[in-house]
Design a protein around this ligand. Structure first.
Ligand SMILES: [Zn+2]
Length: 153
């Protein structure tokens, strides 16, 4: 009986995010690499900066904040992404969006941009995540255009 209870507990804990660390690390690395792939497709490279950027899942306490570019005086820069969001809520596109957004701060030195197109949708991956100025709708149909905007500004 006790064994069953313990198994159930382990199952529940695992259900809440039981990807092992190396699996998680390669998933995070995948999105860093994707940034370089998109840069390359536009004739740019940030290989050195990408290689010196660390990315970590952490518990971000500030409400509404899902990611942060942490600038440290000594290289490398660090990106923090909210652990619960990443493990339990984010879709693949949202994961890409948030990593690209933070790299926009950390590597491209961009600030926020909340401009809207004619339909009221955000034109930039550098949308601040809270402004009512535009509606975020990052999807495969607009991705190319938004990634263009990210690298070309
Ligand atoms: Zn931001």
């Amino acid at each position: 009986m006790k064994y069953i209870q313990i198994s159930l507990l382990v199952f529940i804990l695992c259900f809440n995010g039981c990807k092992d660390d190396s699996e998680l690390e390669s998933e995070l690395q995948f999105y860093l690499d994707q940034f370089e792939v998109e840069a390359n497709a536009r004739g740019l490279t940030f290989e050195n900066q990408i290689n010196s950027t660390e990315i970590h899942l952490v518990e971000i306490i500030t409400s509404g904040v899902l990611g942060q570019c942490v600038r440290v005086d000594a290289e490398p820069n660090e990106i923090h992404i909210d652990r619960n969001f990443w493990l339990n809520e984010a879709t693949d596109l949202q994961k890409e969006f948030i990593v690209f957004h933070e790299l926009g701060h950390c590597i491209l030195n961009r600030g926020h941009l909340n401009d809207a197109n004619g339909q009221g949708e955000c034109i930039s991956i550098m949308y601040d995540g809270n402004s009512p100025q535009c509606m975020l709708n990052y999807n495969p149909a607009v991705k190319e255009e938004m990634v263009d905007e990210l690298f070309n500004n």
